[in-house]
Design a protein around this ligand. Sequence first.
Ligand code: GTP
Ligand code: MG
Length: 334
Amino acid sequence: MKKNSKVSDAIEGVKRGDLVSVSRALTLAADGQKEADEILRAFFKDLGRAQKIGLCGPPGVGKSSLSSRLISLYRKRNLKVGMLAVDPSSPISGGSFLGDRLRIQEHIGDTGVFIRSIASRGMVGGLSGTIFSQIHVLEAYGCDKILIETVGIGQDEVAIARAADTVVYVTTPQLGDEIQAMKAGVMEIGDLFVVNKADLEGKDKAVSDIRAALGLGQARSLSVQERLHHGGLDAGVLVETKEPRAWEPPVLAASARDGEGLEPLLESLDRHEKYLKETSEGRRRLKNQCREELSLYVSRRLYRDFLSKVSEKDIEDLVDHKMNLVDLASEILK
Ligand SMILES: Nc1nc2c(ncn2[C@@H]2O[C@H](COP(=O)(O)OP(=O)(O)OP(=O)(O)O)[C@@H](O)[C@H]2O)c(=O)[nH]1
Ligand SMILES: [Mg+2]
């Protein structure tokens, strides 16, 4: 098969470190068509090169502002940064996209930073089906850090955990009730919690509420084994048993506005990266990412390749009950 020269130019360009080619490759990757396969084939090998940092949390808590601050700090260390922002075109946070663009403007013109918005339409469970390919493009470009911003509403928060290595959950002191009601799913996926807008009233309470919700700062209860060791399971009191956590999620206060608390955030992100590298958790997450990417790819591919095989006659047959839907589907899948 003759290679599409537009695609191979983009691929070569990305390898050379050409920003325009990165932009082209991302667009090709995002549309999920045949060209996207070539991109993925070329860049899949770059999987795992960058630390992928997911930022999630309710609308307007300052995820973009924090990202912009982080990008500046990483740039000071001479690290290359990519950012994928899920275009918050949802009614809830409508209009903030322009805000995002304003906040990232300071990085325009810096070839060490690449920022791209992803439309949230066509997302499977909150993740764009092609987000993984886009991540590989940024990894191939040589990004050391890739920030992925999603607006955390319902499933989306959980979905980001399937693409990121490190998940930062952002909230603010104003969202006290929200913290109280934080769902178990959110508490589980957060590797780091940031109470942003710490310049506002109530940051200490927000931090301690999150810590309490996480069960941090409480004396660890003894396991059954330990209690046996310490003189038996007396009095029939069932103490809740808990394994020690290998990674205790730090709960930090920060202000993206004033530039406070950002170094500790950066330091925690580094520590988490190191933790993933030094334990089996890093490989476990990469495996989960591959599983997710494969499954998204297969559904996309099935849709693309096989739906085109359905003829008008097939549909007529369905309507006229000449064919059973299950049988037709099985035939197509064959
Ligand atoms: N007081 C205060 N305001 C902040 C801080 N960080 C961000 N903001 C403001 O909060 C608003 C939302 O900030 P964004 O960075 O767009 O928040 P976001 O979470 O990316 O918003 P969405 O993408 O719409 O969900 C903006 O008006 C910011 O200026 C902070 O640390 N303190
Ligand atoms: Mg934003």
